[in-house]
Design a protein. Sequence first.
Length: 398
Amino acid sequence: MPVFEYKGKSTAGNPVSGAVKAKDRRELDRILRRSRIIVTSVRKKPAEIHIKFGTGVKKVDVSRFTRQFATMIGAGLPMVQCLDILATQSDNRDFAKIVNQVKDSVSGGSTLSEALARHPKVFDTLYSNMVQAGEIGGALDVVLTRLAVYREKADSLIRKVKGAMIYPSVIVVVAIGVTFAMLTWIVPVFAKMFGGLNAELPMPTQVVLKISNFLQANIVYIFLGLIGSVVGFTFWLRTTRGRLIFDTIMLNIPILGPLTRRSSVARFTRTLGTLLSSGVSIIEALEVTAKTAGNVVIANAINKSVMSIAEGDTITAPLKETGVFPPMVTQMIAVGEKTGGLDEMLTKIADFYDEEVDAAVSALTSVIEPIIIVFMGIIIGGILVAMYLPMFDIIGKI
């Protein structure tokens, strides 16, 4: 999408300038009119050729920004001044540039939520919707504080899950690397030595030698096959059906399934509870939560509840019918609906499942570590034993 650089004046007569992404000049005019900017000049920014992965902005940058922004707004500082200070203080140049763009949009007459929504890769739908609710309700500092707490706890949950995966992943990679090195470098040395014996080798030794020969003869094809498999899996995962199948497996796979389910439930309940407590309507909150669920199965269940509520039903029934959410969760949501304290109940559920994730992470680590170590011992030890068996036979004959 092309970028247009503009200069103009705000309704107060102050000079403003900035850059906006738009499909064409007509859409640009609509955007600037909505922002109450009187345009004096516009030019299309030349396309830049550069290679960049992602936005260069980390989640921790946004969380820190949100916490500091909430504190400044609560202290009564003007919004533009807050954004200017936060952009100057940011150590991340990419994020500082985005904050400056938000500041320019706000200076030009846009609301904060509109300015944030122009950067969806950094400030997602949940973020901009909550800010919009805070602006409408006149409690922006309160909403930003809730948003900061939400992001901090959500980031903590993600770190816990990732942390549980790092150690086993490292061990698996090391085990595969060591096994590959032994089969392609060490085993061939033994093979040359055994070739001069002119004796029948034990079956385990023959199997290892055949695997080693196969790897050496087809290493290029194996490497290309692995790359093709990864690329194919990535594209398959981007399809609707592929993502649904993968997310379903992740919720039901042994060991990892319970952890995935608990973390998904914690994320859903905390997101929905935070939105409701910030004044977002139940249907809009559910729609936003579905988009940020991170799991297609959970998102489909949430979307069914949106349809149910639109028809006058409760949120509990469709969530219960999916079978995704534990009975305790649906029962507590039902109680929250009846008592009128759904947002508080959802927050309690999220806190409970955060603790459950902690326990699941500890259990997962304690179970996976010995399994991987035993597996490594069997593979590497088996290769070594297979290589030394002929030597034992020779020594026995001597």
